[in-house]
Ligand binder design. Structure first.
Ligand SMILES: Nc1nc2c(ncn2[C@@H]2O[C@H](COP(=O)(O)OP(=O)(O)OP(=O)(O)O)[C@@H](O)[C@H]2O)c(=O)[nH]1
Ligand SMILES: [Mg+2]
Length: 324
């Protein structure tokens, strides 16, 4: 299928009919920001979001290897769980987020993502993503991208974020189910705690469970959970060996459990509403920041500065005057 249009509505139609080129183009528009991305946003926020699963954790914890395994498992569908029926999943998409990299669209795919097995699978869509000009940065670009994938009729989106900074926490917590990946060893779970990952975790995975120290990690995590304020869902702690696939079906089943829990308790809706509120606040903040820059470039601003220097006004009164 050849997609030559730059019209987001046409591209989205193409994407719905399976055009990867159309989908990739729309994602690039979102990354770049600008007028086109606003057109994309208008389209994608008019459709229901897909189910999103975030995987986050320290560099090298095995997130990509695990994601790779989860693609295969997820394609088998949602398993039947308590309060949740089995459901087919026709397509799975993956967003690999790298906040530190200005490149995207494949540049990092080679070394950072170990999902080559799926590269030619038409039911799997994999894309790495970084910000370029998106207003509000990744914390807005990623939710937009997730909505886009949903609008393109992908029911499940896996989001891998590299690193453990504030941005990663924000991106990871924008998923419906957040999986925090740690590796055996006391340091890792402490790190996760310090980085604020404990608060956002719905599920813990101790990956590389083939290495010594998994039991100690589990104990540390249990202790930390005992000390934290938990709601009606206590994050389960699972062990996986991503390389061999051990524990991956169990992990997917636990994601399905969490999903059924969110749906059953009504929390899915309230969480999604909270994220929309957050998105709206971020856009407002970014817009107001732009407005401040515009005002600061203007003549009235210069005049205010002169009056300040001449001790004829104070910054507060001057700001009030500039705003009105
Ligand atoms: N022993 C062992 N090694 C693993 C396991 N899972 C992944 N690895 C290895 O750990 C290394 C890092 O795996 P990745 O999947 O790239 O880790 P990542 O968390 O995606 O890394 P970044 O994206 O760079 O943060 C690779 O060499 C994997 O083969 C596991 O369960 N056991
Ligand atoms: Mg990775």
């Amino acid at each position: 299928m050849t997609t030559t249009s730059r019209d987001p509505a046409v591209l989205l139609d193409d994407a719905r009919q399976g055009s990867r080129v159309g989908l990739a183009r729309l994602l690039t528009m979102i990354e770049r920001g600008g007028a086109e991305s606003l057109e994309v946003a208008k389209l994608v926020y008019a459709t229901a979001p897909p189910y999103s699963v975030g995987l986050t954790g320290a560099p090298g914890a095995g997130k990509s290897t695990l994601t790779d395994q989860l693609i295969t498992t997820a394609r088998r569908g949602w398993p039947e769980v308590e309060n949740g029926a089995a459901e087919a999943i026709e397509q799975v998409s993956v967003l690999a987020i790298d906040p530190s990299s200005p490149f995207s669209g494949g540049a990092i795919l080679g070394d950072r993502i170990r999902m080559q097995d799926h590269a030619t699978d038409p039911t799997v869509f994999i894309r790495s993503m970084a910000t370029r000009g998106h207003l509000g940065g990744l914390s807005l670009a990623v939710p937009d991208a997730v909505r886009l994938l949903g609008a393109a009729e992908m029911p499940v989106v896996l989001i891998e974020t590299v690193g453990v900074g504030q941005m990663e926490v924000e991106v990871a917590s924008a998923a419906d189910t957040t999986v925090v990946v740690v590796t055996p060893g006391w340091g890792d779970s402490m790190q996760a705690n310090k980085a604020g990952l404990l608060e956002i975790a719905d599920i813990f995975v101790i990956n590389k469970a083939d290495r010594p120290g998994a039991r100690e990690s589990r104990r540390d995590l249990e202790q930390m959970l005992d000390l934290s304020q938990l709601g009606d869902w206590r994050p389960p702690i699972l062990e996986t060996v991503a390389q061999s696939g051990e524990g991956v079906s169990e992990l997917w089943r636990t994601v399905a459990d969490h999903r059924a829990h969110l749906v059953g308790s009504g929390t899915l809706e309230t969480r999604r509403e909270a994220r929309l509120i957050e998105a709206l606040r971020r856009v407002l903040q970014a817009r107001l920041a732009e407005r401040v820059e515009q005002v600061a470039d203007g003549e009235l601003f210069q005049a205010s500065v002169k009056r300040l220097v001449a001790r004829e006004t104070d910054p507060y009164s001057a700001a009030e005057a500039l705003l009105s």
